[in-house]
Design a protein around this ligand. Structure first.
Ligand code: MSP
Length: 486
């Protein structure tokens, strides 16, 4: 059986409807998953919703509905968006599932067994939006550093987790391995570790909407411990040990850069304490911004990815998000930038190549089987094709997703140039069927290759292109990407 590849997205808060920032991570994860499947791996892609916590409790109350009704509605909207964007997930997990409760409790019991949980008093700031505790020096002029909102003041006796015990182990993990990527984020995490890690509270007394602690102290388990455990539940922990053993540890947790503390410190420490293997890598990507500000509900600058997909198609949204910004860095969304990329690279480049290849092959079907020898332009195109395979592979393996897209784009440009140079439309007039056959076959081959490597990025158009460029029968269809005026 093929070797497994397990990757995850964060589970998104079910407090509000999804926006393009959520779509960004999920589309990136889906592209990686599709690439790995193309490679023959047995991929498991997990996504889902984070449905507990004080913020969700509050939002539901403010809308006059129960927390349960609220999260059901939001989870449906996330799922509908993923289907709209052609996300090929293997499981959509919800933290309100009973299977997940069992996983959280099993993890909790392991933490207790390790002696890493103890009672203490937490007094300080808590941001309900981040569901995170903040030290005074972490606040930005007294406000949450992520949301610029006032924090709650919490003072309660809780269960604490002995994070400090894992200081050295975490430093070694982050410093000596590829656990955190890219390097800039790794350095950020190292700096936090070197500042000294403090134990943190892992239960909340004033929250009802969560997994109750088994000790009967009238508290629920801290929502981040609950949420992180989804990565275990997703592959069968603790009930289905065959699935768990097959897929765990995860190969990749893909996350946004604002949640590295949880994924790069809390999560490995919890797993070390529980005696479970550590995931191989956490990759933190940057933010999608608008006018330089993080796109978020709190800022009020969200873009609806469903509307964008309804207007331009899911592939156009996927392409823009993966192409416009080097993966790992922040990128500013503009509609003009979206349209520019769409027209230049999808409509005029790839769409045009497929159109020309299919129309020419259809029109001159008789020449397709004419024998002839490859010469200069063909050798050049074949050299480009060879480079393409290794370039795309290297880019995907290092998660340089933008570079993978760019590599295919450059090959498409080379293929269109080849058509300009060889001008098969003129060859047809000269009656040189042999030369025409050579050019048509190479053009079809190049278009097929581009479609193959575009499949993880724009799966819908790539599948349609491959179908039209069929080896036994070529078919002409409407433009894959109709042009839009800017
Ligand atoms: N529920 C937690 C995650 C728990 S994982 C065990 C959470 N949820 S969230 O709804 O706030 O989603 C966070 C993720 O959405 C980010 O980590 C990031 O992947 C994605 N994004 C949300 N807004 C984003 C941008 N503006 N830009 C890019 N990604 C963004 O945190």
């Amino acid at each position: 059986m093929e070797s497994p590849y397990y990757l995850t997205t964060p589970i998104y808060y079910a407090n509000d409807v999804p926006h393009i920032g959520h779509a960004y991570t999920t589309i990136a994860a889906d592209a990686i998953a599709r690439y790995q499947r193309l490679n023959g791996r047995d991929v498991f892609l997990l996504t889902g919703t984070d449905e507990h916590g004080v913020n969700i409790e509050r939002v539901a109350a403010s809308q006059g509905v129960s927390a349960r009704e609220h999260v059901d509605r939001i989870a449906r909207q996330f799922d509908a968006l993923w289907s709209r964007l052609d996300i090929s997930y293997d499981r959509f997990i919800r933290t309100t599932e009973s299977a997940h409760h069992r996983a959280v409790l099993a993890l909790w019991q392991r933490l207790q067994a390790s002696g890493d949980l103890y009672r203490a008093t937490y007094a300080g700031a808590y941001c309900a939006r981040c569901e995170a505790y903040y030290q005074p020096d972490e606040l930005d002029r007294g406000l949450c550093p992520v949301h610029a909102l006032a924090c709650d003041t919490v003072a309660e006796q809780n269960w604490f987790f002995r994070l400090s015990r894992y200081q050295d182990a975490l430093e070694r993990l982050v410093r000596d391995t590829d656990f955190v990527r890219p390097t800039s984020r790794r350095n950020e995490v190292l700096a936090v570790i070197r500042d000294g890690l403090r134990d943190f509270s892992v239960s909340r007394r004033q929250v009802r909407w969560g997994v109750p602690v088994p000790e009967g102290t009238d508290e629920v388990i801290y929502v981040w411990v609950d949420a992180l455990a989804n990565y275990l539940t997703g592959v069968g922990y603790p009930d289905d040990s065959a699935t768990f053993e097959r897929y765990w540890p995860a190969d990749l947790h893909l996350v946004g850069k604002e949640i590295i503390r949880f994924h790069c410190l809390y999560w490995p420490a919890l797993l070390l304490s529980a005696g479970l293997p550590l995931p191989r890598q956490v990759f933190a990507h940057g933010w999608l911004t608008k006018d330089g500000k993080k796109i978020s509900k709190t800022t009020g600058n969200t873009i609806d990815p469903s509307a964008l997909a309804a207007e331009f198609g899911s592939d156009a949204v996927r392409y823009y998000l993966l192409r416009a910004t080097p993966f790992g860095q922040d990128g500013d969304y503009t509609r003009a930038g979206f349209l520019r990329l769409y027209n230049a690279e999808l409509a005029n480049a790839f769409g045009n190549l497929v159109q020309r290849a299919t129309v020419l092959a259809h029109r001159h079907a008789g020449a397709l089987s004419a024998e002839g020898a490859a010469c200069g332009p063909e050798l050049e195109l074949c050299a480009e094709a060879e480079k393409l395979d290794s370039r795309v592979t290297a880019a995907f393996e290092t998660l340089a997703l933008h570079e993978a897209v760019a590599a295919v784009g450059e090959f498409v440009t080379a293929a269109n140039r080849y058509l300009q140079v060889t001008a098969p439309w003129q060859l047809a007039g000269t009656g040189d069927a042999r030369r025409l056959g050579v050019v048509l076959r190479h053009t079809l081959q190049a278009a097929r290759l581009a479609a193959r490597w575009y499949a993880p990025i724009i799966p819908r158009a790539a599948a349609e292109a491959s179908r039209r460029l069929g080896v036994t029968r070529v078919e002409v269809g409407p433009p894959l990407f109709p042009r839009y005026s800017c």
